[in-house]
Design a binder for this molecule. Structure first.
Ligand code: NAD
Length: 497
């Protein structure tokens, strides 16, 4: 019998009483690693009420004391990096080095949470009227919740609970039911770092648990990362219930290649960003737009893609399996549909075999060329190792193509021309832009700023913006009468006198 994944309620790891469970499966072998429960309504309610109780004291815990927990947590994450990465690779499939990258990009947010003090400062203005001062404080909201996807089971939970908790909130986290094991290990390290009982809670499940979090009157804010369909539902349901919500969602990221770009570097970057993590990144470069003469680079791109090694993540190939059999079926179905709709299959990874892993969900690098808007492979997020190639005659045509696509998570331009780069940056309607950088995910000194259909809500999931998301501004206008000033008249006007 596989081990069971516990819930974290009020500082205790507890076995769920649920009757509904699913297997956590190694995508390279189909080995069942653990069984995860779909928490009952009562368990979700217990997690929220423990967070609600803990908020009473946590909100008054000194900023330095809160921040020092994250100083300790970042140290524990570093010490446990190899174990965290191995767990992540086993349950998610990505290569070990990329799994370390997943943990590391989350670790950067933990480091940022350890510096929260300066970000949570308010403002002060003296003498806004005679003897009157105004100041603001950024107060925590209360209980906040996070719902995370399968593709970054370390980084994305770490986008959420450290900043929320460092701001003085308490938290209920709902990891992806497909790969909850590394998230649970991170929560264990967070408790070891000193997070008090009830401040961080973890519940597992799917639709019902997510809906319960959206509806619960004691939850003040929800941060969601996942698909556009579910994110739109979460945003509508949570905001209807009066909560703040931020939903970071699906994408179709275009990498535009001008013929003056450095060919060797550009092709390598396209392959790394298109096929790394088996294409299962929200910021993957999934559409290559080859402009003018750069269209002649397709054969070389294809030759290089053929040389990428596919295997089990633990053996550190270039790409591992996709997360599940269902994901593989979906990807193969979309490739077939692309061919039916007239795309050219420049590289076919559908029949890839990996020695020693006959049951893995492997899909080899696949390139579909001559793709046009309107085809399913262009309109839908494939979320697999499939790079689609769209030709464009000019930079203007490429910009128009990107701007006509509803998504706005990321885009990149490859060029040696500063003028072309500047024009692209200014005219492109996408929230995160890379110039010769294929996956422009900002470090936490900045915020993640996907836009348009890739995002609902105004503020990003980390950086300065998330401090505003996880706090409310209280503005205090104060006057301290001295003896002389108190001898006044009744003021019946709106003016401060
Ligand atoms: P998903 O939407 O299927 O799942 C995300 C979360 O929602 C999970 O915790 C899941 O349990 C829950 N969920 C699933 N179905 C639900 C339903 N019907 N009702 C309520 N909750 C439900 O996403 P995924 O497949 O785990 O992740 C991949 C998606 O996430 C891709 O679309 C990718 O682009 C997106 N993503 C976006 C970003 C970003 O920052 N924009 C980052 C990573 C991933």
């Amino acid at each position: 019998m596989a081990v069971t994944v516990p819930l974290l309620i009020n500082g205790e790891w507890v076995e769920s009483r649920s009757t509904v469970w699913r297997d956590v499966v190694n995508p390279a072998t189909q080995e069942v690693l653990a069984r995860v429960p779909f928490a009952t309504a009562e368990e979700v309610a217990q997690a929220v009420s423990s967070a609600q109780r803990a908020f009473k004291t946590w909100r008054k815990t000194p900023i330095g004391q809160r921040a020092r927990i994250f100083l300790k947590l970042q140290q524990l994450i570093r010490e446990n990096m190899a174990d965290l990465a191995a767990t992540l690779t086993a349950e998610q499939g990505k290569t070990l080095v990329d799994a370390e990258g997943d943990v590391f990009r989350g670790l950067e947010v933990v480091e940022h949470a350890a510096n929260i003090g300066t970000l949570q400062m308010g403002e002060f203005a003296q003498n806004v009227a005679g003897g009157v001062d105004t100041y603001t404080v950024l107060q925590p909201l209360g209980v906040c919740a996070g719902i995370t996807p399968f593709n970054f089971p370390a980084m994305i939970p770490l986008w959420m609970f450290p900043m929320a908790i460092a701001c003085g909130n308490t938290f209920v986290l709902k990891p992806s039911e497909q790969d909850p094991l590394v998230t649970v290990k991170l929560a264990k390290l967070a408790l070891a770092a000193g997070i008090p009982p009830g401040v961080l809670n973890v519940v597992h499940g799917g639709e019902d648990v997510v809906n319960a979090l959206c509806d619960h009157p004691d939850i003040k804010a929800i941060s969601f990362v996942g698909s556009s369909k579910v994110g739109t539902h979460v945003y509508q349901r949570a905001t209807l219930a009066g909560k703040r919500a931020q939903c970071m969602m699906g994408a179709k990221n275009h990498a535009v290649v001008l013929p003056d770009a450095n060919k060797e570097q550009t092709l390598n970057q396209l392959l790394g960003a298109g096929f790394g993590a088996a294409g299962q990144r929200c910021m993957a470069a999934s559409v290559a737009v080859l402009v003018g003469e750069a269209q002649l680079w397709l054969p070389e791109l294809t030759e290089k893609a053929k040389r990428l090694r596919i295997g089990a993540g633990k053996d550190n190939p270039d790409l591992g399996p996709v997360v599940s059999c269902a994901a593989k079926e979906r990807i193969l179905g979309l490739i077939a549909r692309g061919v039916e709709e007239g795309a050219t299959l420049a590289l076919d990874g559908r029949d890839v075999k990996v020695d020693g892993y006959p049951n893995g969900n492997f899909v080899g690098p696949t390139i579909l060329a001559d793709v046009k808007p309107g085809m399913a492979v262009y309109e839908q997020e494939i979320f697999g190792p499939v790079l689609i190639v769209v030709p464009a005659a000019t930079l203007d045509e490429a910009i128009a193509l990107v701007n006509a696509n509803p998504n706005g998570n990321g885009t990149a331009l490859f060029t040696q021309s500063g003028a072309a780069a500047r024009k692209f940056q200014e005219e492109i309607d996408v929230g995160q832009v890379g110039i010769n950088v294929p996956i422009p995910v900002p470090v936490p000194l900045f915020s993640f700023t996907g836009s348009r259909a890739s995002k609902l809500g105004d503020l990003g999931p980390y950086g300065k913006q998330v401090v505003l998301f996880y706090t409310q501004t209280q503005t205090i206008t104060q006057r301290w009468f001295d003896d002389l000033a108190s001898v006044g008249q009744v003021n019946t006007t709106i003016s401060l006198k």
